[in-house]
Design a binder for this molecule. Sequence first.
Ligand code: PLP
Length: 489
Amino acid sequence: MDIEQFRKAGYAAIDRICDYFYSLEKLPVTSKVEPGYLRKLIPDEAPENGEDFTKIADDVKEMILPGLTRWQHPSFFAYFPTACTFEGILGDLYSSSLSNPGFNWSASPACTELEVITMDWAAKLLGLAPAFYNASEVGGGVIQTSASDVVLVAVVAARSRFQRDHPDTKVEDMVIYATTQTHSLAKKAAIVLSLQVRSIEVKSEDQYALRGDSLRAALEEDAKLGRKPFILIATVGTTSSGAVDNVVELAAVLKDYPDIWFHIDAAWAGVALACPEFREQLYLPEINESATSVCANFHKWGLVNFDCSAMWVRDRRLLTDALDVTPIIHDPSDLSFVGTAIDYRNWHLGLGRRFRSIKLWFVLRSYGIAGFQRHIRKTIDMNNLFVKLLSESKVLTLFAEPSLALTVFRITPPEGVDKFSAEALSDLNARFFKVVSARDDIMLTQTSLNGHVCIRFAVGSARTEENHIKQAYEIVEQEAAKVIETWRQ
Ligand code: PLP
């Protein structure tokens, strides 16, 4: 393809993408293709001779679109919706057209410098303390691929610091601290790094949040056993129910354990810090005071297309001490700026990195702080509407306190049934979830909170409006009533 052919195909691609977005609401949310469907449509080998691009683009429509789960659909309430904006799409287009793996400042100065600046914009947007700004030249921010990568980086750096300060520590004694509600990223990091993870129990009366007394009890028990906890992953907005670990209490306990790295996983809820009214409940003052590192995914609720996981650290040297590997080919030491520029290759796991800050820059500039806050507030208002509708339902009930834009609910134990065991109720809810999942006009996810199966409803798509919430409520209410009716027979 030459430049003029690209111009033509590019305009056509934008037209096709716009048509897709216009049709989105009328399309099913979920795909009903069978596993292996694409093998039947696409040859086993690449073509011998190049094909016409219009035909290739037609095949996207014919073969790929039917096999998509439509995360951008206004009735997608599963997992945590990943907001996708046109500004973000354009950012990715520019980024891939520039194709720059800016691992060192000198490998592409604009890539590094825009990331340095936009990460400070993002830190200010969320109200993080100046200690986390790149401008501090001590702390700083970096864009990682995912919150799981952020944790891997944090664990590697925490392990390295702990081993530096306690050289006699045996790796097999080192423990990552998390809770039963922590995202699977903690276990993943433990597998990758051959470490142990301790998942501390949380209580329903604490809304599944980790409290200081449970943390202290675990620490004291492990101290007796000679185990060495070296990082605590606290979650601000858990995946299952949006629980917020009690950062005030945890920070108070960790004052007695200064060697433990305090990571805040706010992958989902972190972007809500953009609105000052949510900062207190998300413990921003204490995060600013005591966190060693913080993660917020702009690619979830934060309007930036996947991937854009923001990580801030209070001390950048902890990353570079752990991750700096500098063969001569990557050594910029012949250049005059040494020491003043960031080489992001030492802040993440790989070497080459995508130019992701460009899409963050586009979104923050185009929405502005006010537009970003409007998106967060609007989705929370819509979740509140869902909660209000639930409160009037005879067949559905809240299972945990609603958290920002997430509601966890389940079927109300049927009336007239005296003894309905916890297992039976979980079975009923699992059946309810199956029925809802069989539909293609809505998508939700199930979870289990301390063994109780329930359903999650997460609002976050930039395209969801009040009518979609009301429609979703009607669907779950009707399906729940039918499941109860069938159960009675
Ligand atoms: N942390 C929390 C609280 C999450 O809810 C999720 C995903 O839903 C993650 C981490 C993982 O995010 P990522 O896919 O960016 O690794």
